[in-house]
Design a protein around this ligand. Structure first.
Ligand code: IVH
Length: 694
């Protein structure tokens, strides 16, 4: 290399400054300003320079530590063993190089690896003294973290005490458990739904929401946010029974101590199997209940791990294989306005095509006018685009230092770009809406597409091109018209062969057999997503009962706030909506109604009619004998609050209540990762459930 020494010194300093700033933005402010991948690139450049010019390494270089200094607001905890970082691989070649180095260092021809998902959450360390959770800390800079014990104690899946005299043998006198705190996708959706209801800002992604919740000074807020935890290793320990041979045994051991350990872990041998696992997890990531951003490979044999040792901030025995970056920088070419099902005008960014999250993205949502102002987005800017999993790509931030002088501001149109009706923004609402209603072809098309979508009526083959043609040709106006379509009307459309017309007709016919929840969701009532639709179906049991409910009764349904209750009431007070529903029923759309269940709920005392989400509708299995409560008593208590008690553990079981000498149901529960409650836990759940009701 022919760099001049003074240039190298300057670049090293420059990189350190930039990296520290980004560290601060990321870890302390929780507002990253560059894509992760770009940060990684800067970091690597610094690492490489320091490797080539070791005399330039200083102890305060960001390569010498992990993350950022802890927040001052919490007191500090020194980790007994440092919480290290992981080296990254961004393609299969780098994984191959890792495996080669490992084999060479160990002098063996094939290596056994424990492979796990890489959780996209926050690392924490839990310290148990004599089996009692004493402290819990964030990673901080890897050596010193923040004391978030009180917040961690609110996470239900973290044991506050290790089981004594359990199958794992004697409790260790000291144990550092390492793992990840995260927010499940479903809880994240729910949280954002609440934020919307209260007109509060929504969280960007589950990781940010989890970070915000964990670093609350008020543990009460953490508790409300519902966090989850997965254990993936241990740090220091004292005690005889901790496995000393293999990492996968350590995880089994943690599971036997009732820590949640991820089900999707495997032990594999050799490179091909590692890569195979990575591909499987990548394909499965959308269905997992939590966000992941890659795979972690760990040499399984603990003696081999010791032999491999560490580089400055990461072990040589483990590697994170990152999924394609979820963020990238590109140019914002223009902003279009799309009209949605409820008339909402959504500004959509037209982008210079960019590869992100594994696909080429050309459009990304900008959400609404306020978001454009808040992020200060201008046409012509360099923007950070994010595509996480199967989520719609979005513009998350602008690189203002790169802003050209030619940028243009966006103006929200005051008329619908599709039907020309007036567009209005109601007070207190973020969305500007077309007032055309079902006069607006865009709204009609979207309503029909939503009705036919996979999670609604699930009509195969009815895609946007076909709906567009059908609406434009006036063949259909409403979802009910779908069931009146004849094969000739369909086949008459351009590019429609008889056979595919027949397939669509069959699919429409097949969709008639549905469920109440799907039907409610398919109606496209504002603010009623899939979960709410399911809640409504379970609560009312029949469509007529739902239609007849007023705002007050709707408000009694668990998890339904006044805004949602009002939208539902508004929807059913429109006579044309009721007409469409009648037409649909007359065409033979049907579902099983649950009169019995609904009657029971409707007859019980007001206010308790719903039952809380905590016990109602949940399935429990009892095993072993509890210290104070008899089996029948437990059953009675659970059923009184709408819970169900069944005899065997399956994936559908929500909780296993375990007492002394539990049977094989207990092991099955651990294997399936089902929440296990002891008597105290059960009573607490019942109490909270009761409190929710009153
Ligand atoms: S093991 C010595 N396993 O990745 C290695 N880490 O860059 C210690 N992470 O902050 C980490 N999933 O929070 C490990 N299955 C997993 C993980 C995992 C996510 C995070 C961890 C840490 C970061 C390391």
């Amino acid at each position: 290399m022919s760099e001049r020494p003074d240039q190298v010194v300057r670049r090293v300093q420059e990189l350190r400054d930039i990296i520290e700033l980004h560290n601060y933005n990321y870890y302390v402010q929780d507002t990253p300003t560059i894509p992760d991948a770009e940060f990684d690139k800067l970091f690597r450049e610094l690492e490489e320079l320091e490797q080539r010019y070791p005399h330039l390494v200083t102890p305060d270089s960001p390569t010498r530590r992990v993350g950022a200094p802890p927040l001052k607001a919490f007191s500090q905890i020194v980790h007994r063993t440092p919480m290290l970082s992981l080296g990254n691989a961004f393609d299969e070649g780098e994984v191959e190089a890792f495996d080669r180095r490992v084999r060479q260092t160990l002098g063996i021809s094939s290596v056994e690896y424990a492979v796990e998902p890489k959780f996209d959450g926050l690392a924490v360390s839990l310290c148990y003294e004599d089996g009692i959770l004493r402290t819990g800390a964030t990673r901080g800079d890897g050596y010193v973290g923040e004391d978030v014990t009180l917040n961690l104690r609110t996470i239900r899946s973290i044991p506050l005490a290790l089981r004594v005299g359990n199958r794992a043998g004697q409790t260790p006198s000291f144990l550092e458990v390492r793992g990840e705190v995260l927010m499940l996708k479903a809880d994240f959706e729910k949280l954002n739904r609440q934020q919307r209801e209260r007109n509060l800002k929504e969280f960007i992604n589950p990781r940010n929401a989890a970070a915000g919740a964990l670093r609350q000074l008020d543990p009460g807020i953490t508790a409300m946010r519902k966090l989850a935890f997965f254990a993936y290793g241990i740090g220091a320990y004292e005690g005889a029974n901790v496995p000393r041979d293999k990492h996968d045994q350590v995880l089994d051991y943690l599971a036997s101590l009732r820590f949640p350990v991820v089900l999707e872990r495997r032990t594999v041998v050799g490179l091909a199997a590692m890569l195979q696992y990575n591909r499987e997890i990548w394909a499965k990531r959308g269905q997992l209940p939590y966000d992941i951003d890659g795979t972690v490979y760990k040499v399984n044999d603990l003696a081999q791990q010791v032999k491999l040792g560490f580089v400055s901030r990461a072990p040589r025995f483990a590697l994170a294989h990152k999924f394609p970056a979820q963020e990238a920088v590109t140019e914002l070419l223009g902003i279009d306005v799309q009209v949605g099902r409820t008339g909402a005008l959504t500004p959509v960014a037209r982008l210079r095509p960019v590869f992100v999250g594994g696909v080429t993205v050309t459009n990304a949502t900008l959400h609404n006018e306020d978001e454009i102002r808040r992020k200060d987005v201008m046409i012509g800017d360099s923007v950070i685009v994010r595509r996480a999993g199967d989520v719609i790509p979005e513009v998350v931030a602008v690189q203002k230092d790169k802003r050209p002088s030619s940028v243009k501001a966006f103006v929200m149109p005051d008329h619908c770009p599709v039907c020309g009706s007036k567009a209005v923004r109601l007070q207190g609402e973020a969305m500007t809406r077309c007032t055309g209603g079902l006069y607006c072809p865009a709204q009609r098309k979207q309503a029909i597409l939503h009705f036919a979508s996979r999670r609604a009526m699930n009509i195969h083959g009815l895609g946007d091109k076909l709906v567009e043609q059908l609406v434009d040709n006036a063949a259909i106006r409403t979802p009910a018209d779908l069931y009146k379509l004849g094969i000739s009307a369909l086949a008459a459309l351009a590019r429609m062969a008889d056979k595919s017309a027949g397939n669509v007709i069959d699919a429409i016919e097949k969709s008639k057999d549905t469920t109440l929840a799907r039907f409610i969701y398919a109606l496209g009532i504002r603010n009623v997503g899939e979960t709410t639709a399911r809640d409504l179906a379970a609560y009312f049991g029949t469509l007529d009962r739902l239609i007849g409910a007023d705002v007050e009764i709707l408000g009694r349904v668990p998890d339904i706030g006044p805004v949602v209750a009002q939208s539902i009431a508004d929807f059913f007070s429109e006579s044309h909506n009721l007409e469409i529903i009648e037409q649909l029923r007359a065409s033979g759309v049907r579902w099983k109604e649950n009169e019995g269940e609904a009657m029971r709920q409707a007859q019980s005392v007001p206010g308790t009619s719903a039952g809380s989400g905590k016990v109602r509708g949940k399935t429990f299995v009892l095993t072993g004998s509890l210290p104070n409560l008899a089996r029948d008593e437990v059953k009675e208590k659970l059923e009184a609050q709408g819970g169900k008690v069944t005899g065997s553990v399956s994936k559908k079981t929500d909780f296993v209540v375990a007492g002394a000498d539990p049977g094989s149901k207990f092991d099955k529960a651990i294997e399936l990762g089902i929440i296990i409650l002891d008597e105290a836990g059960l009573l607490q759940l019942l109490q909270e459930s009761q409190a929710d009701l009153s």
